[in-house]
Ligand binder design. Sequence first.
Ligand code: CP
Length: 304
Amino acid sequence: MRHLMSPLDLSVEELDNLLTLANDIESNPNHYAHACDGKKLATCFYEPSTRTRLSFESAMLNLGGSVLGFSSADSSSAAKGESVSDTIRVISCYADICAIRHPKEGAALVASLKSSIPVINAGDGGHQHPTQTLTDLLTIRSLKGRLNQLTIGLCGDLKFGRTAHSLIHALIRYPNVKFVLISPDELRIPSYIREDVLKKHNIPFTELERLEDAIPDLDILYMTRVQKERFFNEEDYVRMKDFYILTKDKLKLASEDMLILHPLPRVNEISVEVDDDPRAVYFKQAQYGVYVRMALILTLLNWR
Ligand code: CP
């Protein structure tokens, strides 16, 4: 039995196979419509979500399976003090696979240690969000045609933005990938990623504050929102929240084939006027999230 806690739980070969399966699902959905007949997915979400929870549910329904779960800690027995460990032992009796989101870093790992069904980390605090990374990789590979030879700008809240952390972990395994880390000083990438991931693996990266300085050189611009829920006080959030706003004017500095990704939800960091630009692929990215989660469910349930 396998779990998914981090994108690194999959080898590069397994990841490539999973993305290829996702592309085949996109092209031949009918072929997979009964692949999970009789199987159940539990979605245990202790934190709010629109895309991750609903795309998991959509994925399982597309595969012919069923879904059950809860969408907030308040609507589960966590509100009465039940631990994640006890909850997953119980969920293991009710479902065949579980996706869990929790505000505490490591909660999904704790669940996986007590689970008798595959557990998928659907976001653990400011740590990792591996299925968003699978979505991002599928988007980039499908629309750009490769995952190597890329200069990727990550912009916004790189301190708390778990999607940025997971994406860096995943992309350093591909040759000739460079990062431009664009953030205000207070929201720089955590030092463990700078030192233990980027420097340790000799990955070229620069850290900048001005988006305009970075944008002309990028193949991918990955925008992120400032993570309000991880701030200790409202005042700091309000000061930071509009630090970056991608506008049509700023996009004039970008190449014609640069792609703009965003894990969503968007707050203010991409002006809605950008949505019509052909380089803006963040809603297409959300669609890829369904295909890649279908591929992941099939993979973890050992579908043949
Ligand atoms: N991208 C993402 O994780 O969105 P949700 O928080 O809506 O699931």
